[in-house]
Ligand binder design. Structure first.
Ligand code: SF4
Length: 415
């Protein structure tokens, strides 16, 4: 049996600045919605946020809101309210928890930020189906509820190579949403503003990549569990100077850790890649479980999904089309396996943990033989954890602890 030893958690000092960032983000949205001083757009997490920001909208991301429901362990109790409206327990539990909570007049923002009573009323809702169809159905529900217009980009899925024809078809759709957005915002589209915002998004993305890449060091200065919260500004604030400033602070802190050989996990012995969604309601127990086994879960496809290296301010529409289609979740298994193989190599990984998220087939990559193929091709062993991003009825803590301990024992034997 491998031994579990209690360890102290090492705080990332920049996380205080990140909390201030997120608070200001939600207060700004709340103020805009209450006063009407600025229009509010709701956007799917890998939707065309740059266009919205360049047109003067403040942007609210429902997925981040629902992840808050999950992280505060509020999500599970609200799912049945959405089920009663015909949204089944089998579909995205971000969607069901979020709509369920809304029907009950509940938001985690009220608990976190004094004075905020509800989500900010949208003037428009914008989705991109690059990640799944659920975001379209989710925003469509709110569009009916608030009687607000809904616009969207329809992206190809299962893409092997992101070819010219894919890029053109998405770029055209992005250009086509400008006219309805101009009508809603009452402002003329300004190409120079889009170039400016795209440049800031690219800078944010490059810094976020550098932050995540520090995990390739031995010992790794950060964990996947740190990354799931530190990614907040990259999701909600890309395209702003303040997000860029935050990642400069964070990167400096992590580089200091690297220089001083300070690992996020005490006596790091094993290095794990996490494939799939986080289990938001179990971030802390999972972080402790692995740390107590001297194991650092140090990299993930999930956190890497907010790296948009293709953004080019000189060619914003086409480069956005490319970046938002190159994403892992959009790609074929062949492209995904190539990517994970590169990550295994880059992060010097000993094993992979796949999270089979019950309600997100789009971000669960262990259902069609991928772990087995990658094991054969790379020799790196893997483990599948059954669970869910938000619906805690789909996981067993006891079973997770047992199989993780057995997996680390297996790694120990092969060391
Ligand atoms: S990718 Fe998965 S978790 Fe994200 S919105 Fe779609 S179904 Fe939900």
């Amino acid at each position: 049996m491998v031994e579990r030893k209690k360890v102290a958690r090492k705080k990332i000092m920049a996380s205080d600045e990140m909390k201030r960032y997120m608070a200001d983000h939600y207060y700004e949205l709340d103020h805009a919605a209450k006063t009407g001083e600025q229009k509010v757009a709701w956007c799917s997490s890998v939707g065309p946020a740059e266009i919205l920001r360049a047109m003067g909208f403040l942007v609210f991301f429902p997925e981040t809101h629902s992840a808050m429901l999950g992280a505060t362990r509020m999500a599970t109790e609200f799912i049945p309210y959405a089920n009663a409206l015909g949204y089944t327990p089998e579909i995205c539990s971000y969607l069901t928890a979020d709509i369920g909570a809304f029907t009950q007049g509940v938001t985690p923002l009220s608990k976190a930020y004094e004075g905020i009573k509800s989500v900010p009323k949208p003037d428009v809702l914008v989705y991109n189906t690059n990640q799944c169809r659920d975001v379209q159905d989710w925003l469509a529900w709110y569009s009916r509820e608030f009687d607000a217009p809904l616009v969207g980009i329809h992206t190809h899925r299962g893409v092997k190579d992101v070819t010219e024809s894919y890029i053109s078809s998405i770029a055209i759709q992005m250009e086509e949403i400008i006219e309805p957005l101009e009508e809603i915002s009452g402002k003329r589209f300004d190409m120079n503003e889009l170039k400016r915002v795209t440049a800031l998004s690219r800078e944010c993305s490059d810094l976020w990549k550098k932050v995540l890449d520090t995990a390739a060091e031995n010992p790794s200065p950060l964990t996947f569990f740190d990354g799931t919260t530190l990614m907040g500004p990259a999701v909600v604030g890309r395209g702003t100077q303040r997000a860029v400033d935050f990642y400069k602070i964070l990167l400096t802190e992590l580089e200091e850790r690297v220089e001083n050989h300070v690992g996020a996990v005490e006596d790091e012995r094993f290095r794990i890649y996490w494939e799939g969604m986080p289990i938001w309601g179990r971030l802390r127990p999972h972080s402790e479980l692995f740390a107590e086994l001297k194991t650092c879960v140090l990299a993930s496809t999930y956190c890497n999904s907010w790296i948009f290296s293709a953004f080019d301010p000189e060619d914003p529409f086409r480069s956005m089309a490319k970046a938002y289609t190159e994403l892992f979740i959009v790609r074929s298994d062949e492209a995904k396996e190539k990517y994970i193989t590169e990550m295994i190599d880059f992060f010097k990984v000993d094993g992979i943990v796949y999270h089979d998220a019950r309600t997100c087939p789009n971000n669960s990559n262990c259902r069609y033989g991928m772990p087995q193929r990658l094991e054969v091709n790379t020799g790196v062993p893997s483990l599948v954890i059954n669970g869910d991003l938000n619906d805690l009825r789909c996981l067993s803590d006891e079973q997770t602890n047992t199989i993780v301990e057995a997996f680390i024992e297996q790694l120990e034997e092969h060391k």
